[in-house]
Design a protein around this ligand. Sequence first.
Ligand SMILES: [Zn+2]
Length: 60
Amino acid sequence: MRESLMDIIVCPVCKGTLELSIKEKEKDEIVSGSLFCSRCNFNYPIKDSIPNLLPPEMQS
Ligand SMILES: [Zn+2]
């Protein structure tokens, strides 16, 4: 995902802002990392450049 997506991505549960932490980055593309919601205390993973924003109960 592009870092600029952070402006529009919100937590799917509480619609709060997410905190980005980057593990791997290529140019302006975030390849892996996570998006953390402090209100829900949940980490949404970013894998293969795709953020997994499924609610916690739907994450496999
Ligand atoms: Zn949340």
